[in-house]
Ligand binder design. Structure first.
Ligand SMILES: [Zn+2]
Length: 541
């Protein structure tokens, strides 16, 4: 997530700096080319240990797709070669089968879902919870015909605006046991950008279809089921890694763009039906428009597409170039490469600057015209570049390494901002990165450099604090950490962090522990100064 109000008042490239930056761009490019030429295959993709699986009796076979629940073979095509081994080592993650239709006006979804869910906790579960985000985001979702393993179950709506669906299980689900939830859903899509930046809306003939299906909540050892509604200012969802088999039928004139890859397509006179495989991924996102034109680049095993209406072609091409460059820089920096064979960029009417989804990012139309300034004083070309890089970096911090985006947003947002600084350094050199670095200082300056901790939940920050602290002070913490433990140690720590927590969920404590393991030092004082809540901010004080 990258919001305009999180950015307001920031101008980090003056005319003079633009010239300097261009020179450093040429210099940085030559370094990049030299750095890449002759480089061997150094990336090592993580392969977590295979968890034990207990036999689960009486499990319902899939009825929407002729693919066994544990059959991972369809997903191989969406992963680069280095990432494919994870298909054999992540057998128990949730599997979604989604079959749905978009209506003629792209304003409603009607569909069916089956979810294969395994209890990965060491605690017996009596109920499952699903998020019904459309009920919070200005639209509406209705769920009917809920079943567990083919037997009807009575689901219960609860929480703010009926945004949580509770499904009592027929039998308690023991650790490592699996069950199948089947349901029908129909979703109404709002025609205005409402809460949470219009991530779920059809505006200007572009459908942004985030969070449209019932999504299983995360159960974790810290707070049990994570079913609190998201704060309006931050990201919507905290999710576990999952697998998605999807079939969508839509009006033929609408270009459909999604997480994952299209594996089959059939057509009638009025509609087309796309089969899509996506995963391992934490979410499934779809955008659609009759006005989308596609531009394409290739980077190693990954095809990058950029979709926008024809009048926004300049922005679509610029975002495409920046995405390719930043993916390349991060592949080298982080050593664990972007795992998918496709990366998509769409422009939507979102009121944020950009929003990350697995394998796809949505960027606001407002920053695509290179001759205007959405934020006064800051050319759109600069804003589009930094926003694209920010959302690309989220593919590692949020996508690959998960975190609780509601309770510990700094783990993805501050790291993503720090990664964006690394992009500027690697592409334009240290001096060329000064403009972006100053923007981080300027953000923090909006609170007069208050020592507000960077490690608080989204909901704990006042309106002007969230952007200033998590997006400004947060990345400066990582710069400080690199100074304290040394650049080489920091690089090793960051690469190990991605490798160790890929497809899993990291926490503030696990990040700190890993950094301490790498430096052989106690980082508690540094984390007290920058990260940890002050005594007065702890919930029980
Ligand atoms: Zn973000």
């Amino acid at each position: 997530m990258y919001g305009k109000e999180l950015f307001q008042g920031v101008c980090y490239v003056s005319g003079e700096k633009m010239k300097i930056r261009f020179l450093f761009f040429l210099f940085g490019l030559s370094i990049l080319l030299i750095g890449c030429s002759g480089r061997g295959e150094t990336a090592v993709f993580p392969t977590p240990a295979t968890p034990a699986t207990l036999p689960t009796p009486d499990i319902l076979p899939p009825t929407l797709f002729p693919v066994a629940w544990q059959d991972r073979s369809p997903f191989a095509a969406g992963l680069i070669a280095e990432a494919r081994p994870v298909l054999d080592t992540l057998p128990q993650f949730p599997v979604y089968h989604l079959v749905f239709t978009l209506n003629d006006t792209l304003t409603a979804v009607d569909g069916q879902m089956q979810l294969y869910y395994t209890n990965l906790e060491n605690k017996t579960l009596d109920v499952l919870y699903f998020h019904l985000f459309p009920n919070l985001l200005g639209g509406k979702i209705e769920v009917t015909k809920t079943q567990e393993n083919g037997q009807p179950v009575t689901a219960v709506l609860q929480s703010e605006q009926n945004s949580i669906l509770k499904i009592p299980l027929k039998k308690p689900l023991q650790p490592s046991q699996s069950t199948i939830i089947s349901l029908h859903f129909s979703t109404q899509i709002p025609l205005t950008t409402g809460r949470n930046y219009g991530v779920f809306a059809n505006v200007n003939d572009i459908l942004a279809l985030a969070h449209f299906y019932p999504q299983i909540a995360v159960f974790d050892e810290h707070e049990g089921w994570n079913i609190a509604p998201p704060a309006p200012a931050g990201d919507v969802v905290y999710a576990d890694t999952a697998f998605y088999l999807v079939q969508v039928t839509a009006p033929k004139e609408a270009t459909i763009v999604t997480s994952g890859i299209e594996t089959a397509r059939t057509e009638t006179a009025e509609t087309h039906t796309l089969t899509i495989v996506a995963g391992p991924m934490r979410d499934f996102y779809l955008a659609a428009s009759p006005r989308f034109i596609r531009h394409t680049k290739t980077l190693n095993q990954t095809t990058i597409h950029s979709y926008a209406p024809p009048e926004l072609e300049d922005g679509a091409k610029a975002a495409l170039t920046t995405a390719a460059t930043s993916l390349n820089i991060f592949n080298t920096r982080f050593q664990t490469p972007y795992p998918y064979t496709e990366f998509d960029i769409v422009t939507t009417a979102t009121t944020a600057l950009g929003i990350e989804y697995p394998g796809i990012i949505a960027l606001t139309e407002n920053i695509y015209n290179p001759n205007t300034s959405y934020i006064p004083g800051l050319p759109n070309t600069i804003l589009l570049e930094s926003t694209t890089v920010h959302e690309v970096a989220h593919q590692w911090f949020y996508g690959l390494v998960g975190n609780d985006q509601l309770d510990e947003p700094w783990l993805d947002e501050s790291l993503t901002q720090y990664a964006t600084l690394l992009y500027y350094q690697d592409r334009y050199g240290t001096d060329g990165a000064q403009g972006f670095r100053s923007s981080l200082e300027n953000r923090w300056a909006r609170t007069n450099y208050a020592n507000i901790p960077i490690g608080l939940p989204v909901s704990a920050y006042a309106d002007n604090e969230y952007g200033a602290i998590v997006y400004g002070r947060g990345p400066l913490f990582f710069e400080r950490l690199a100074e304290v433990i040394g650049e080489d140690t920091f690089d090793r720590f960051l690469q190990q962090y991605i490798r160790q927590f890929a497809w899993q969920t990291a926490t503030t404590d696990t990040l700190k522990q890993l950094a301490e393991n790498n430096c052989g030092c106690d980082l508690t004082p540094l984390f007290r100064e920058w990260v940890f809540p002050h005594e007065s901010e702890l919930p029980d004080s």
